[in-house]
Design a protein around this ligand. Structure first.
Ligand code: SF4
Ligand code: SF4
Length: 401
């Protein structure tokens, strides 16, 4: 860490990329008492801390002292490093990648419920795992303290993995605890139930993901058919409410509409959602849904035709079985999930953020294991071995975007 402090001494720091990794790095700087952050550079995300790539180039042409740049965008990695080259900025000396410094990210389920049953999520396609569970606040704080102590370079904490965090009426205090520690915070919601949006907006959280799969009720209802229209479809009106509260309270939360693509919703629904996200100045991330959790995917790879039919795998844009055939013998080092640590509401450690079944737990209490030991322990677990054998994570990487 001292190295970055030394490298950036007496120079302003700019973060190239204002989405999740950029936000993670911003908090990383604050946690390490590095206060010379100047702005983010991003053409898609506009807020009071962000300038466009063109403005940044102008700045570089005119400035007396070059800033120290952090590339914090996986998809723009090449473009940003080319830009640094054009301005004769040298790797390490003048710029680095955020991943050179950032450590693991964490997903903590505060409870194990959701009001929906999405087809690509274990809440919708997996046997329920026992009774309702709620993480006590004191357990949560001890976990966050441990995380911070053992991984001060952590990327972020997401208060969800397989649950709808906004169903917890006391969510505010969990959010505030993470914010107090200067940790990048991520939240997700389906936005399809009644909750106090204004109260959450007022906390000015960094990143809010809205998980959805349709613009029109008729499309959305395909996979959420148990609810009546009048009661169930709040997503569009809640998105508008969200914008209204953000404006009124002058909050800069990055709202990211995560649109789960299936064969049946990539036409007019996606177009309408694009228009709406532009109108409301929200980010839109369409991605191909895949049949999670990993336990299911492994069964599909083992030719479980019953599950294939039950999950209606024909509706996924990429057939889950044909994808994996091209990705066997995947190497663990390249698994993009390997740096994510998922914790259940009881404080147990999941094998992986993609696994769900209670039998696939590495330890009953995350506080009883050294975080540096998790990776090796996970690698020996049968689920992780099977997952690699079938090349599942690599298949995900290939098909999701
Ligand atoms: S994807 Fe999210 S909204 Fe859908 S069932 Fe799972 S936890 Fe609930
Ligand atoms: S190989 Fe599979 S189970 Fe193991 S960390 Fe990666 S995604 Fe998770």
């Amino acid at each position: 860490m001292n190295t970055l402090k030394e490298l950036s001494e007496n120079r302003p720091i700019v973060i190239l990329g204002a989405k999740n990794t950029g936000i993670d790095f911003y908090h990383f700087l604050k946690r390490h008492n590095i206060h010379n952050f100047l702005f983010y550079v991003d053409n898609k995300i506009q807020n009071d801390k962000t300038v466009s790539i063109e403005s940044f180039c102008d700045y570089l042409r005119k400035c007396d002292k070059k800033p120290y740049a952090i590339i914090a965008s996986r998809f723009m990695m090449k473009d940003f490093s080319d830009l640094c080259d054009v301005f004769r900025m040298k790797y390490t000396e003048d710029y680095c990648k955020a991943t050179d410094y950032l450590g693991p990210s964490y997903q903590i389920d505060l409870h194990n419920r959701c009001n929906l049953k999405c087809p690509s999520c274990p809440q919708g396609n997996y046997t329920p795992q026992g009774k309702q569970e709620f993480m006590p606040f004191d357990k949560f704080t001890s976990i966050v303290d441990k995380i911070l102590l053992e991984t001060p370079n952590l990327s972020n904490i997401a208060l969800y993995c397989w649950s709808e965090p906004f169903l917890r009426t006391d969510l505010k205090k969990f959010i505030e605890y993470v914010q107090e520690k200067n940790i990048s915070l991520q939240l997700s919601t389906n936005l399809n139930h009644d909750f106090d949006i204004r109260q959450i907006v007022s906390l000015n959280i960094d990143y809010l993901r809205i998980s959805t799969s349709g613009y029109y009720f008729s499309t959305y209802n395909r996979d959420h058919p148990s609810r009546r229209e009048r009661e169930s479809y709040h997503v569009i009106s809640n998105l508008r409410e969200l914008r209204r509260h953000l404006d009124e309270l002058k909050c800069s939360t990055l709202v990211d509409i995560a649109f789960h693509k299936y064969k049946y919703n990539i036409g007019d629904d996606l177009e309408k959602m694009k228009l709406l996200s532009e109108e409301l100045h929200f980010y839109l991330t369409p991605f191909n849904a895949v049949p999670l959790p990993i336990e299911n995917y492994i069964r599909l790879c083992q030719n479980d035709t019953y599950l294939y039919k039950k999950m209606e795998c024909q509706k996924f844009i990429n057939d889950p079985i044909s994808i994996v055939r091209d990705h066997q013998n995947f190497k663990y080092e390249n698994c993009s999930f390997a740096n994510a640590i998922a914790i259940t509401p009881s404080g147990a450690l999941r094998v992986c953020c993609g696994s769900f079944d209670k039998k696939n737990i590495l330890t009953d209490d995350i506080c009883g294991i050294k975080i540096s030991d998790i990776r090796a322990t996970r690698e020996k677990h049968k689920l992780c071995k099977d997952c690699r054998r079938f090349g599942i994570p690599h298949a995900f990487e290939t098909v999701v975007s």
